[in-house]
Design a protein around this ligand. Structure first.
Ligand code: C5P
Length: 286
């Protein structure tokens, strides 16, 4: 049977505010997801008999139900089988959504390959069961998200820049960050409107002033070396520097690739990647 391939892209959070703690233990957020061109490769080989297997070139990744790829495949259909191969590049525990992206790509790819016929709404519900960031990756691109991350508004702006990711060679647990949140959530913050965001996107020079990441304080208190990386990058040519999601990655945005490459040379001791934003809306399966 034919083998299919899909690129599973990473994301950064250009902005992340924690609005309130909910009764179910999750937090309501206001965040801007930007898909980027750092990606894992996923290959799907339908087998024609029940059973899902996962193989990967990365030694430290579970290939059983702890992996969202297996959970996504099983959630779609318990009858048809597939052999899945993952070529991993996106660091884990990095705030780059690698596991969430893999899960969303598995839902999209196997729904087509197996012709299971789930519609977009049903896939979105399955995605949210798998994780807060998974619904975004069903479409990718640039989006404002509220709720846990599932109330998505896709943004039409396409700002052009070149980014640098610094992964400090250690992972951070998202659950730990939310449990240790230093923000005072009794002070109600005002929601930013879509119109505000669309205005900001034409003005990258004001992003540093208007966008934030409420999780930085908690993470920087436990890992001051991340704050140092952020502060040093802020003093470079970058027009915008932040931690992505719950960390541990710090990203810096530059007007052109030359500047990003020049800044990168100071961070050889860490895993680092040069990236561009990805704006396409529909995923292609080959
Ligand atoms: O949904 P996901 O599995 O990615 O979430 C991991 C953990 O992060 C959750 O168990 C929860 O503690 C925390 N979280 C949260 N609010 C969110 C997203 C995640 O409190 N919106």
């Amino acid at each position: 049977m034919k083998q299919h391939h899909i690129r599973s892209y990473a994301k950064i959070n250009l902005h992340l505010r924690v609005m309130s703690r909910r009764d179910d233990g999750f937090h309501d957020l206001e965040t801007i997801f930007q898909e980027i061109d750092l990606y894992d490769d996923l290959h799907f080989q339908p087998t024609g008999h029940p059973g899902i297997t996962l193989e990967t070139d990365a030694g430290n990744i579970p290939v059983d139900r702890r992996n969202l790829i297996i959970r996504a495949a099983e959630r779609l259909n318990g009858i048809q089988g597939c052999r899945i191969t993952l070529e991993k590049r996106i660091p884990m525990g990095a705030g780059l959504g690698g596991g969430s992206s893999n899960a969303a790509c598995t839902l999209v790819a196997l729904n087509r390959i197996w012709q299971t016929g789930w519609n977009e709404k049903q896939l979105a519900a399955m995605a949210l069961e798998l994780g807060s960031d998974v619904p975004f990756f069903l479409n990718g691109g640039l989006a404002l998200a509220r709720g846990r991350g599932e109330q998505l508004s896709f943004l039409t702006a396409k700002p052009d820049y070149c980014g640098l990711l610094i992964y400090p060679n250690f992972a951070i647990s998202t659950a730990w960050v939310f449990q240790n949140l230093k923000k005072n959530l009794t002070i109600k913050s005002k929601k930013t409107t879509l119109i505000d965001f669309n205005t900001f996107f034409d003005r990258p020079d004001v992003w540093q002033q208007h966008f934030s990441n409420d999780l930085e304080e908690t993470v920087f208190a436990a890992h001051p070396e991340l704050k140092e990386i952020r502060d040093r990058l802020t003093a470079s040519n970058a027009f915008y520097v932040r931690m992505s999601g719950s960390g541990s990655t710090i990203f810096a945005l530059f007007e052109d690739q030359k500047q990003a490459v020049a800044a990168r040379s100071h961070y050889d001791r860490f895993q680092n990647f040069i990236f561009k934003p990805v704006y396409r809306i529909h995923r292609s399966l080959h």
